[in-house]
Write a protein that binds this ligand. Sequence first.
Ligand code: DC
Length: 236
Amino acid sequence: MTSRIIIAVDGYSSTGKSTFAKAIAKEMGYVYIDTGAMYRAVTLLAMRSGCVLDDGSMDEERLRRLLSGHPSADVSFRTSGSGGASETWLDGENVEKQIRTIEISRVVSHVAALPFVRQYVDKKLREIGLRKGVVMDGRDIGTAVFPDAELKIFMTARPQVRAMRRYEEMTARGHHVSYEEILGNLSERDYIDTHRETAPLRQADDAVLLDNSDMTVEDQIMWFRDLLKTRHLCGY
Ligand code: DC
């Protein structure tokens, strides 16, 4: 089909972007790409290779060399059996679990602020986007990676709602974290993501705002269906 489109879903951390993006990808029969996972995998690589120093600073040169292939390191997405969802791989290892820890969350915004890391990830995302028929969630998909995306959605929700969602998600996975720690981590990431020099998080001028503080996933899907109708995008 030639008329498939790119849907960019950007927004703050823990606004339910991935749940929403996955659901609409299923609705459209599209592939879902979680671009934050790629930044998380690069962060895991940085931590495993000793690029994150004990005092919390970064050996940027070492990470730059790794990402340019010396020695070679590869972060990629592979689509799993059913449902079109992709999983994140680092050098031949499925790292979906390892990239979702609070340790990675603490460092990832710093890694994602490095321009050469963004270039590395952007190149991979644009290659995936060439195939169209994709829903990508992230921070800068509609502003920097695919400024010409046919449909852009920007997600937000009240910070307390976001922190509670992330808290429930992490405790359900068996992580021992406090609500306060999560809320603190979220506001720190909001600050770094919106204030970095390269591709800061902001709503694209032509993005539609979705505040889902008081919406269920079902509500959001209904909202999306209405949006497709008003934009005359049904059938893509
Ligand atoms: O969505 P997430 O929490 O997994 O994202 C992890 C980090 O990656 C987040 O702090 C911001 C960064 N990120 C980014 O800068 N650009 C993207 N397109 C996606 C994520």
